[in-house]
Design a protein around this ligand. Structure first.
Ligand code: NAG
Ligand code: NAG
Ligand code: NAG
Length: 155
């Protein structure tokens, strides 16, 4: 009986938000040829996984991925001003990234590696003349995963 009581409210908690909660991500996009920092909400809400191993838990679909790379960046690395090579998810696993915009000195973002380390980068050459700058001011080496050629979530 004790175990039943523990499990029942827990599964209610898992299933309720799964019907409507939507994932928000920091996105680097562009307007009028200049890169922007925006907060985007995914079109698809979290739904309930039916995959063995995570079945019954909340899952936000992120689309298909055609390739994936694991990068190790030295401390104080400066990625310079650059465009996204294509629409891509970047997941910072550790460390700290500092994103600035060459055409807008009023906006910047710190992204901490870990739980909140997911961003979407979409300021390709097609839509942004100069792109954005990413610096890594942390004392530790940064690690990130970047994929390429994914679909684009909606702003
Ligand atoms: C995303 O943002 C909306 C609006 O601020 C908020 O209601 C919602 O809970 C957020 N989603 C998550 C997963 O935190
Ligand atoms: C969850 O979303 C994905 C992607 O949209 C979809 O393929 C899958 O069928 C959905 N699962 C449920 C249980 O709705
Ligand atoms: C930010 O940009 C504006 C317009 O280009 C400029 O006037 C201002 O001095 C800049 N501020 C800083 C702190 O660089």
């Amino acid at each position: 009986m004790l175990a039943m009581q523990a499990i029942f409210p827990f599964s209610l908690l898992m299933l309720q938000p799964a019907t409507s909660l939507k994932l928000n991500v920091t996105a680097i996009s562009a307007r009028a040829g200049s890169s922007t920092l925006e907060c985007w909400q995914m079109d698809q809400p979290f739904n309930t996984s039916s995959q063995p191993g995570t079945a019954g838990t909340a899952q936000a679909p992120l689309g298909s991925v055609s390739s994936l790379a694991y990068s190790i960046l030295p401390s104080n690395f400066d990625g310079g001003i650059h465009n996204a090579p294509q629409n891509q998810w970047v997941v910072f696993l550790a460390g700290l990234a500092y994103i600035t915009l060459p055409d807008d000195n009023t906006t910047s973002a710190y992204v901490t590696g870990g739980q909140f380390g997911l961003i979407f980068v979409a300021d390709t050459k097609k839509i942004s003349k100069r792109g954005h700058r990413t610096q890594y001011p942390g004392h530790h080496r940064d690690r990130c995963l970047a994929d390429s050629d994914v679909g684009r979530p909606s702003p």
